[in-house]
Design a protein around this ligand. Structure first.
Ligand SMILES: NC(=O)c1ccc[n+]([C@@H]2O[C@H](COP(=O)([O-])OP(=O)(O)OC[C@H]3O[C@@H](n4cnc5c(N)ncnc54)[C@H](OP(=O)(O)O)[C@@H]3O)[C@@H](O)[C@H]2O)c1
Length: 290
């Protein structure tokens, strides 16, 4: 029997690659659901749509994750990221379905000097991180088969719907007109390709376990190093100048170090995430060929 997997936010950056990879995975039937099909902030919509689908697994990629806008539009951030997760969790529980909520490195404060593991205490610094942490709690509290999967610095073929872009596309866009770019060098993360996440999810679906899982590429870098790597790999003659986050005020507090270690996947022996540079190289190669 096929596993029926409902993908919420199926036309988003991550949802697109999840849909593509899982549709090609033997034994899995995907049900892609977009905002047109389901309104996550409306319990009746969530209940009606998911009860009709009867999924074995729900992948909830839906989010309002424009970090500065979350500070301004707190209600919307809470409704989509937190209440939406609660509604999905309740319906998943009633359907005895597994429920995977995609979360973020921004649940951490960034004061640690080594990669965060799943058991580290979250301490978000902004509205986005706080509402995502609430979404995590709802997912784990209201659904026995609840799973939180934290990702970081994601980029994919389809840009983020909420932001209309991602870091890779923004850098390449800027490189068209500017030959010198200033990029923050004192915020550390792990850039992660959505296609690699989707492949890791395909493996995880073979034997799901409840709990929190980090799912990022290996290694770490600053935004500055990430930008340099993009220009080097694309052969763009751009001079990248390192600046401090303090020189680029955005009105939002962000963790200076939000690198995650995939400790729980490693303990299960299924951490297959590639190094961030290798993943970026593969992504840009595909971009060059298309
Ligand atoms: N981007 C990052 O760097 C990053 C970093 C860490 C974690 N994450 C997490 O990764 C996940 C996926 O991010 P992404 O970049 O793939 O997001 P995305 O491209 O912006 O996709 C979000 C999806 O959610 C849908 N959606 C938004 N509001 C909705 C609502 N009220 N009801 C139903 N659907 C709604 C959007 O549809 P419409 O556009 O049609 O509304 C879209 O399909 C999110 O959980 C995010 O928090 C992202």
């Amino acid at each position: 029997m096929n596993i029926k997997v409902a993908i919420l936010g199926a036309n988003g950056q991550l949802g697109t690659d999840l849909t593509e990879v899982l549709s090609q995975t033997p034994g899995i039937e995907t049900i892609p659901l977009t905002h047109q099909d389901i309104e996550i902030t409306d319990f009746a919509s969530v209940k009606t749509v998911l009860t009709h689908v009867q999924p074995h697994v729900i992948l909830n990629t839906v989010a309002f994750h424009d970090v500065p806008r979350c500070e301004q539009e707190v209600d919307r951030a809470y409704q989509v990221n937190a209440l939406g997760a609660l509604y999905v969790a309740r319906v998943a529980e009633a359907l005895h379905a597994w429920n995977i909520y995609f979360s973020t490195d921004y649940v951490f404060s960034g004061t640690k000097k080594a990669p965060y593991v799943e058991d580290d205490l979250p301490h978000p610094l902004n509205v986005y991180g706080t509402t995502k942490l609430a979404g995590e709690m709802h997912t784990l509290t209201y659904c026995q088969r609840g799973i939180v999967l934290r990702v970081s610095g994601i980029y994919g073929r389809v840009p983020s719907r909420v932001k209309g872009t991602n870091f890779v596309y923004t850098m390449l866009q800027k490189a068209r007109n500017e030959k010198v770019l200033r990029v923050v060098a004192d915020e550390w993360l792990t850039p992660t390709w959505t296609y690699a996440i989707a492949q890791q999810v395909a493996t995880f679906l073979r034997d799901l376990t409840p709990g929190i899982f980090h799912c990022t590429c290996q290694g770490a870098c600053s935004w500055y190093t990430f930008a340099q790597a993009i220009f080097d790999l694309m052969g763009k003659p751009v001079q990248v100048i390192p600046i401090s986050a303090q020189d680029y005020p955005s009105g939002v507090r962000r963790p200076p170090y939000s690198v995650l270690a995939n400790q729980h996947f490693a303990q299960l022996g299924i951490d297959q995430m590639p190094h961030w540079y290798e993943a970026l190289e593969n992504f840009l190669q595909i971009l060059k060929e298309t």
